[in-house]
Design a binder for this molecule. Structure first.
Ligand code: PEP
Ligand code: MG
Length: 590
């Protein structure tokens, strides 16, 4: 900027957002996208509706072609990113053929006699509105997908081109109101250094894409980011701290250069750990397994060093579809995972639908509750509708022919539920045997999730009927401190270190160990390196967590001794003040 003929630097602006992709990027920032175009709205004459529907059909065909072209273009992207994007583009293409979106828009044109653009806008508002009512970030992200596909067709109808990324110079940071997942396909990380947007959440597809592309990203920025920007202004995307810094001062630049060096060194060290065992300094092995939602994630397994799958959330096979998957369909999906694991065990958790996770296919059972988290969900639904459980058990038993499998029951409250499930499991086993269907040689271990305070408090009776325990701390925290895990307004009160939570965990771990059954933890606590010493000190010897966090946790385990961890845990368990516990955890060094 010039002032009285003198060059002066623009003031540094720090904007807060959500750091959704680990890493830091520096470069010139470019605003690449304006808001969605405002669609025209007009009524049709009765004789015009068929022609308007045909105009809409033609735009849908063009949108399909565009997505095909994008898919071709994205095959050149590095690593997993190409596959990830192809799956997303496939999902968008599926929305363009015979979906509720396409059917709904046609019906609105023909019945309401309105132009295609406004019919699309009304239909996407209606679908996204229904999704938003569910108040779940995953489902809200699917609403965004519908909106993106809808606006693609609107742009085609209005002849408004997508803003090109061509003007962004190599190494630039893409700043946008929002970037759709399809547009993310154009963000080759060899060309762009980072992403910053106003819209988007941690579990949205743009965030997923950014992570798989390895692009540092900050989403959910304050809107003034767009107003504060001069094209090409120097910028820093801090994907760890969740910040976009425009016009950084020299001191800020030096600070981030140092952090980037540290990150580089860190990654090199973590990469070297892949083949190293997860042992403490005094030689105790901690079994590290991976949490998995989608079968294709097994591709990440070799690089992560995981020893099998500790939690496969089968409910994801039930989402984004109108019908319940058959035994055969479930078998095909899970056998793929078992095969890919080449002899490492896979733990399949039976359906955990309800509460924050809904599936259209089971909507009739799940909609009518004022407190869905306390309603007919998970094992309760599976026992009420045993055909659901039977199909899952049969599919898992059959997959057991191809490699070791374990079965995990979600949201258990009483030992009777485990016993009832075990009877059904044996019935399925007998039936398969009679049918001479190939299946697991031995009955797979049947484990119980400890994620309800009542289960933790009766862990001794549950241990007597379970082959292993898995601590689901995400729900255990939610139910113990009465904080909805998906609600932003109380997110700061969702505290894993609340002494009540820790006591329930300690009680269940001890009950499991006394009974001689393995006890693992598969909630997000397992992925936080600050908590590793505490968990080991409490007696945990198995952990299951997301692939990307595995190397860091392994590194932490390798820096600890069991004696240190036990002393640390003992000290914490003597405390009653959550803030003091946080302080102790943060200052603990091994
Ligand atoms: C948990 O509750 O900690 C857990 C692992 O299960 P989910 O997050 O799927 O509810
Ligand atoms: Mg849970």
């Amino acid at each position: 900027m010039r002032n009285n003929g003198k060059e002066i630097a623009e003031a540094e602006i720090v904007l807060k957002g959500l750091g959704v992709s680990h890493g830091i990027a520096t470069g010139p920032a470019y605003l690449v996208q304006i808001e969605h175009p405002e669609p025209p709205e007009y009524a049709l004459e009765p004789g015009q509706t068929e022609a308007e529907a045909a105009r809409f059909d033609a735009a849908v065909r063009q949108a399909q072609q565009e997505l095909f072209a994008l898919k071709r273009k994205s095959t050149g992207l590095p690593g997993d990113a190409a596959e990830e994007i192809a799956l997303l583009l496939d999902a968008h293409m599926a929305m363009l053929s015979g979906s509720r979106l396409v059917r709904g828009v046609r019906a609105r044109i023909l019945k309401d006699q309105i132009n295609a653009e406004s019919a699309i806008r009304r239909e996407i508002d209606s679908i996204a509105g229904q999704f938003n009512r569910i108040k779940d970030t995953y489902i809200a992200a699917r609403g965004e997908d519908v909106r993106n596909v809808g606006y693609r067709i609107i742009r085609i109808l209005m002849n408004v081109p997508f803003l090109s990324l061509d003007d962004v110079p190599p190494g630039g940071i893409v700043l946008a109101l929002e970037i759709s997942p399809a547009e993310t396909a154009l963000l080759d990380p060899r060309r762009f250094s980072g992403i910053a947007t106003v819209h988007g959440g941690v579990t949205g597809h743009t965030a997923v894409m950014a992570r798989s592309l390895g692009l540092p990203a900050v989403l959910g920025l304050e809107r003034k980011a767009l107003e504060s920007l001069h094209h090409g202004a120097p910028a820093i995307v801090d994907g760890i701290g969740g910040k976009l810094i425009l016009n950084p001062t020299e001191a800020t630049q030096r600070h981030y250069e140092r952090r980037m060096q540290d990150l580089k060194a860190d990654k090199a060290t973590l990469d070297k750990l892949t083949r190293q065992p997860a042992v403490t300094t005094d030689g105790t092995e901690i079994v590290l397994r991976a949490n998995l939602e989608l079968p294709r994630e097994t591709d990440n397994l070799p690089a992560s060093g995981a020893n099998g799958i500790g939690l496969f959330r089968t409910e994801f096979m039930f989402m984004n579809r109108d019908t319940v998957p058959s035994e055969e369909e479930q078998f095909e999906t899970i056998v793929e995972v078992v095969r890919a694991m080449k002899g490492a065990p896979v733990t399949f958790r039976t359906l955990d639908i309800g509460g924050d996770k809904l599936a259209r296919a089971l909507g009739a059972h799940l909609n009518a509750s004022a407190n869905p988290a306390l309603g007919l969900r998970a094992i309760r639904l599976s026992l009420k509708e045993p055909h659901l459980l039977e199909a899952q058990f049969r599919a898992i038993l059959r997959a057991g022919y191809f490699g070791p499998v374990r079965i995990l029951l979600p949201m258990v409250t009483t030992a009777a539920e485990v016993e009832e499930a075990r009877i059904i499991l044996h019935k399925c086993h007998d039936a398969l045997k009679k049918e001479k269907t190939p299946m697991a040689a031995d009955m797979p271990p049947l484990g119980t999730m400890i994620e309800i305070p009542a289960a933790a408090l009766s862990a001794d009776s549950l241990a007597a009927v379970s082959d292993f325990f898995a601590l689901g701390t995400n729900d255990l925290i939610q139910y113990t401190v009465a904080i909805d895990r998906g609600n932003d307004q109380v997110a700061s009160l969702f505290n894993p270190l609340n002494p009540a939570v820790l006591r329930l965990m300690e009680f269940s771990i001890q009950a499991g160990l006394r009974a001689g059954i393995p006890v693992s933890i598969c909630g997000e606590m397992a992925a936080d390196p600050k908590l590793t010493a505490l968990l080991i000190g409490l007696g945990i010897r198995e952990m299951s967590l997301g692939f990307s966090s595995l190397p860091r946790i392994k590194q932490r385990i390798r820096s600890l001794s069991i004696a240190q961890a036990e002393n640390h845990a003992k000290y914490i368990m003597d405390q009653y003040d959550p803030d003091r516990i946080i302080q102790i955890v943060n200052s603990f060094r091994s």
